[in-house]
Design a protein around this ligand. Structure first.
Ligand code: G3H
Ligand code: 13P
Ligand code: ZN
Length: 309
């Protein structure tokens, strides 16, 4: 099976009350860990590549790694551009084999976001590629763009945005944010389900996307801190709230930081336990195994997409 788009995946996910995991990939071990877990759980998956990942690993290497995963697993896999920041970046990914792109116009005015997104949709749809747009701003850091404060999505804008742009899915801001420091220590993390409900009332059957959806597993924060790191007060989105979102209109849930924590925690511990070792395969192997188990947990207990490939 070749790379697929999100069309069929999102339709089934919406109707089935589950979500597809969209995991960020930067190297071979991460691609292998995610797709091996998906293979064992028979789960469809979105592998997403940020501008930073393309700069780090090179477009062609990432496309070929993902194509290798398609051959190895036979699963329905989407190759998606995460946080495309310009028409040119989206065009380069569409021309270069991606089956889905995000154009993140959320830092522009409403009118400019519509115009930019509409242009990308026109180019993408002519080539069979699907497009994710964004309305509202997440707190946290996306590539070089830093948003100190989030602006919740305004439900009254979503119908006009979707009808004027023709996007296939819409990322909304309901309280999640990027990175490992999402909520203040001591506060009760709470997503704005009222906004999600109002958005889906206005866009019946339309797939919604949640960015910034890492849960920041405390066992990995602890593993980092016990092995020379210092991550005080890292708090993520409670998994029960993500599960609830997945049962509603949310069809795509973006996870990156949790994978980074699993990888870094494992490698830090490895070096503390084995200070004389230096073969990269020896420390990348347990890191890959722990990412795989983390992804399996997300598929089965958070997203509910196991058995849906
Ligand atoms: O939302 C951002 C993703 O976590 C990608 O992060 O831009 O550092 O690759 P990155
Ligand atoms: P996290 O930082 O919560 O993993 O979010 C990732 C993301 O939204 C990628 O677009
Ligand atoms: Zn994001």
């Amino acid at each position: 099976m070749p790379l697929v788009t999100t069309k069929d995946m999102f339709k089934k996910a919406y109707e089935g009350g589950y979500a597809i995991g969209a995991f960020n990939v930067n190297n071979m071990e991460i691609v292998q860990a995610i797709t091996e877990a998906c293979k064992e759980e028979n789960a469809p998956v979105i592998l997403q590549v940020s501008k930073g990942a393309r700069a780090y690993a090179n477009h062609t290497y990432l496309v070929k790694l993902v194509e290798a995963a398609v051959i190895e697993t036979g699963l329905p896999i989407v190759l998606h551009l995460d946080h495309g920041d310009s028409f040119e970046t989206c065009k380069s990914c569409i021309d270069g084999g991606f089956t889905s792109v995000m154009i993140d116009g959320s830092s522009h005015s409403f009118a400019d976001n519509i115009e930019l997104t509409r242009r990308v949709v026109e180019y993408a749809h002519e080539r069979g590629v699907v497009v994710e747009g964004e309305l509202g701003t997440l707190a946290g850091v996306e590539d070089e763009v830093s948003h100190e404060f989030s602006t919740y999505t305004r439900p009254e804008e979503v119908e006009e945005f979707v009808s004027k742009t023709g996007v296939d899915s819409l990322a909304i801001a309901i309280g999640t944010s990027h990175g490992a420091y999402k909520f203040k220590p001591g506060t009760e993390p709470q997503l704005r389900f009222d906004i999600l409900e109002e958005v889906s009332r206005r866009l019946p059957g339309f797939p919604i996307v949640l960015h910034g959806s890492s849960s920041v597993p405390q066992e990995y924060v602890k593993m980092i801190n016990e092995n020379g790191g210092n991550m005080p007060g890292a708090i993520g989105v409670p998994e029960e709230q993500l599960r609830k979102a997945a049962s509603m209109a949310v069809c795509k849930i973006n996870i990156d930081s949790d994978l980074r924590l699993a990888m870094t925690g494992t490698i830090r511990k490895f070096f503390n336990d084995n200070p004389a070792k230096f073969d990269p395969r020896e420390y990348l192997k347990p890191a890959r195994a722990n990412i795989k188990e983390l992804v399996r947990h997300k598929l089965v207990n958070v997203l509910g997409c196991n058995g849906k490939a």
